[in-house]
Design a protein around this ligand. Structure first.
Ligand SMILES: NC(=O)c1ccc[n+]([C@@H]2O[C@H](COP(=O)([O-])OP(=O)(O)OC[C@H]3O[C@@H](n4cnc5c(N)ncnc54)[C@H](OP(=O)(O)O)[C@@H]3O)[C@@H](O)[C@H]2O)c1
Length: 319
């Protein structure tokens, strides 16, 4: 697996990571241990594993910690703080320290490789958040600082207190808004970890209409799955699939290769509970898109998918 460097503080990872959220939440019940999928990711060369306090309040971190225990020293664990149990925000310094110490215990490790603020907390100055993370880095509990869904001003202000190595936000063939932050990321030397890089699975050609997923699967209410948008997104995915076939690839691999082609500072973190799919996703690093292929993709989806990325009540606002 090729490696990439995120930020300028020395964070080097496989070019594709693994997102563990889906083993505990968002996409209905399934294999909530995730062990086989996580082992498959490591066997495929993946070294960056993403979790969060929010993903089950310790459940996801425990599952990830157990699964990576046999090869802990060869991988990087990223986790996140900043939500409350009723989906409010809490980035008060004492809360950050408490969450981090819980995360270390849940993960069964003595350090977190990348610590993200999951969402900006408008009641806590970002300088206080960055200063708290700096303290955790100085103490050896954390190695690198990340922000998720943060806007230009907060990224810049946080970076002056402690260098931000990586920004995590949604980015895929369906979701392009973060491209407006690319000049800032380049200026400050910050890496980008695209989440939901497969458009929550739509870009793998397996999407079903809203209402046909299990209870508790967010895609039943996701705007991109609603009538009107669904058919357009499906038609675009089918065209991408035809292009992928000419390359001997799957449409999911094409979607990941497209992200990798947008810049050397990018490391997507697709999630899957299925070991075979995990291996398929990791293999996308071997796919190099030519200019004509990139142009064809731009014709099919010039501005992203149809429909917003979240329902209005769940939409993160960059601050
Ligand atoms: N910072 C944030 O606020 C934030 C928000 C959302 C997500 N994230 C992170 O980003 C990670 C990835 O995002 P995500 O899980 O939302 O979306 P995603 O990776 O775009 O898509 C995941 C979905 O795609 C399916 N899938 C994956 N590979 C496939 C393949 N090769 N063929 C067919 N289906 C495939 C999975 O189903 P199966 O499991 O059935 O294969 C799952 O339903 C998360 O795990 C989490 O770590 C962060």
């Amino acid at each position: 697996m090729q490696t990439r460097t995120l930020g300028t503080q020395g964070l080097e990872t496989s070019a594709i990571g693994y997102g563990a959220m889906g083993i505990s939440m968002a996409y209905g019940d399934g294999d909530t241990s995730g062990e086989a999928a996580i082992s498959a990711a490591f066997a495929s060369g993946v070294t960056l594993f993403d979790t969060a306090e929010l993903y089950g309040w310790g459940e996801n971190e425990q599952a990830l910690g157990r699964a990576v225990a046999p090869f802990r020293d060869e991988v990087l664990i990223a986790t996140k703080f900043g939500f409350t149990r009723d989906y409010g925000f809490d980035s008060r310094p004492e809360h950050i320290r408490e969450v981090v110490h819980n995360s270390l215990r849940f993960l069964g490790t003595d350090h977190i490789d990348v610590l993200y603020q999951h969402r900006v907390d408008p009641t806590v100055p970002i300088e206080d958040v960055a200063g708290t993370v700096k303290g955790l880095i100085d103490a050896g509990d954390v190695r690198y600082f990340g922000l998720s869904e943060a806007g230009q001003d907060n990224i810049r202000r946080a970076h002056t207190v402690h260098p931000v190595s990586v920004l995590q936000t949604e980015y895929s063939l369906f979701e392009r808004d973060v491209e407006q932050l690319f000049p800032l990321l380049a200026e400050l030397g910050i890496g980008l970890v695209p989440y939901s890089p497969l458009g929550r699975g739509f870009l793998t050609g397996t999407a079903k209409p809203a209402g046909q997923y299990d209870d508790g699967d967010m895609r039943n209410t996701d705007p991109r799955w609603q009538p009107g948008n669904f058919e357009k997104n499906l038609a675009a995915t089918r065209q991408l699939q035809q292009l992928a076939i000419t390359m001997g690839a799957t449409v999911g691999q094409l979607a990941l290769a497209w992200l990798l082609a947008q810049g050397e500072h990018i490391v997507p973190i697709p999630g899957s509970r299925n070991p075979l799919r995990v291996a398929e996703n990791a293999a996308a690093t071997t796919l190099e898109l030519t200019n004509p292929q990139l142009e064809r993709i731009a014709q099919i989806l010039p501005n992203g998918g149809y429909g917003a990325r979240y329902t209005s009540e769940n939409m993160p606002t960059w601050q």
